[in-house]
Design a protein around this ligand. Sequence first.
Ligand SMILES: Cc1cc2nc3c(=O)[nH]c(=O)nc-3n(C[C@H](O)[C@H](O)[C@H](O)COP(=O)(O)O)c2cc1C
Length: 171
Amino acid sequence: MKIALFYGSTTGNTEDIAEQIQRMLGSEQVDLFDVAEAAVNESAAYDLIIMGVPTWDYGEIQPEWEDVWEDIDQVDFSGKSVALYGLGDQIGYGEWFLDAMGLLHDKVQAKGGRMVGYWPIDGYQFEASKALTNDGKRFVGLAVDEDCQHEMTEQRLQKWLQQIQSEFEEV
Ligand SMILES: Cc1cc2nc3c(=O)[nH]c(=O)nc-3n(C[C@H](O)[C@H](O)[C@H](O)COP(=O)(O)O)c2cc1C
């Protein structure tokens, strides 16, 4: 089960999480791609994909993701399972918490991706987010907040990785 993990990161948090995921799942299982350097169509060689995206500047997509945003439209995600994790700050930017993850979710889903890794909103405090499911009870991927809840990240990651590994196998 080879997994491709794509991430973009301005101050290093999303990159740290990518490396943590690689360590937790095993380096032979996860290939890392920084979207600042890699083409998103490298995902074509994989059926299992993880994408990590932080939100910047009041609900905007992180700049390196922004640079490849239109390239994603050229990628066919049908037959692929895709799990997202988002980085954000629920206190400092609670009106736009993880918005970029929601935008990425809708884009990849529209290109045929089978989206997995939805995550309950319990334990987070925020005002609004574009990264919610229609019923508002879950995020469309793992919510990571290194600014306000760093101490919860490792446990969240462990639980989420178990969840997505079993969801990846459900195909
Ligand atoms: C200027 C600025 C704007 C930000 N805007 C948002 C935002 O709109 N929504 C959000 O959830 N987090 C926001 N954040 C928090 C970042 O997403 C968070 O710090 C994240 O961990 C950064 O990830 P990175 O280090 O991988 O770039 C912002 C942070 C800064 C400094």
